[in-house]
Design a binder for this molecule. Sequence first.
Ligand code: SF4
Length: 542
Amino acid sequence: MEFQQGSVDAEELLAFFRCRRLPYLDRFGPQEAKLPPESLLEQWRRDRQALQAAVLERFPGEEVAPGNEALLAAMAAGAERIYGGQVVAKLFWEVDPEGAAEAEPTDSEVALAPSLETEVELTEDNSTDKTSSSLALPPEAIPEFRSVWVSSSLDLLIRDPSSIGKGQLSYLPVHIRIGKRPKPEYELLLALQAELLGSLQGQVPKCGFLILKDGKWHLVHLSRRRTQVRRLLQDYLHSLEQAEPPQVFMARSRCHLCHWREHCRQLNAVAQPLSLLPGVTGSRYPLLQEAGIHSIEALANARLEMLQAIPKLGAGVALQLQLQARATLSRKPLWLQSPPQALPTAPVELYFDIEADPRHNVAYLLGLLVVEQAEENKVVNYYSCLAAEPREEGQAWQQFLQLVQRYPEAPIYHFHSFEVQTCRRLGEQHQTDPREVRQLLKRFVDLHSWVQRSVVLPIESYSLKNIARWLGFKWRLPEGSGAHSIYWYSQWLETRDRRYLEQSLIYNEDDCRATYCLKNWLSQGSVLAPVDGPSPDTWAGH
Ligand code: SF4
């Protein structure tokens, strides 16, 4: 595939930095397979706009329209701060005869690396020939150059104080993001903007600034990032010339909000199904490939000693991966203990799940399902301890403590470590007696670690959603997720539309019920599942 689109946007390059497949699919992928944008991403976009507006209010400056003309005019007028706008320039570099670079640059490479040559879109004097100095060399010695037009939207430019009084003013790029910490991708964007600005003002800024969520300014030195940007751009253009999208390993942290996640899952299920097996991480996958293990079948049927001899894999991991492959192929759970370890049971059992919103730094909903054995029947009640305002978190926590104290003997089932960590934090933050918190945590039973110790399941990931769905449990809000929970709470705070809170409550109750469903299966499923697997009718939570 020939790259003929002619220009690259800085956001594309950042997307390529996060995932080598993403901007390729955005350009060439089947658009009908694209999922709608996640509501949480929309929320982040609005948060960023709000932060940009707050910076503008605090540090007033000139707002300019997109394009080099407007920027150049504001620079020529000596504006102290320039907001908005867009810079476009042509970047040149010498073609690497070995092909696109893949490795991270070493420090010595950073020191030796040539900077990108740039040509501004509005240059009137086109007499400068970037290769003219090489014309006396024999043809094979003339380096080959490539170029591409690159554009970037700008948040803010500030006048470089050190350039005042030295003939020509120069400007430094400032990037505004809602992250809590400076990330490499933000710094790369600044480095790219510095290259583009260099074409306008005659010198490439050596530093820039990041303004993050807390409103603080972070100084960023750009020399190392300039080399990375050059390599990234070359790699990106190289990827766009390929007939197929790059093969990448799907990672939850990167993919769970991506609009291509379903499409990628299907691509990987065909091209590299082994990569979707739980436990096969980005670092383990190439080890298996090098050892000649290319499929789930090969992994399931390999001699265990051979797998355990794979360098850097580890004997325990090799066994775990093989069991996972066998469970996946047979579509049946494999019990690791015979007989399986019994879960604690009691006349009253509690199932606990927390909704939190990191944007507002609050655990806003502590949900508890109380299951009481009454003669032949079970009585099931859901209770919600809700902080409708972030400042009410302490009250919700107290309400929760009083509720669990009503059932002092009841085990408290939850899934994974988040509930434990959050209760520790809530105890510290709201000055709860540490002995009370310790007593509370002693009653916790983590079903995720119970699953990990007891059974291997034929599923793609060991999240509560995946496990409970495999058991036949149905959420009333099928699209619900942790990201939605954050979005619903943020929307409630912004709009005061109570329907958002109600969605959070339904979602949280269903998470508690899914935990209950899993506990039931773990208690009883060991008898049934190894033979037949679970029946959705048997285990459905609703
Ligand atoms: S789903 Fe993951 S692998 Fe696929 S394009 Fe998105 S980030 Fe990349």
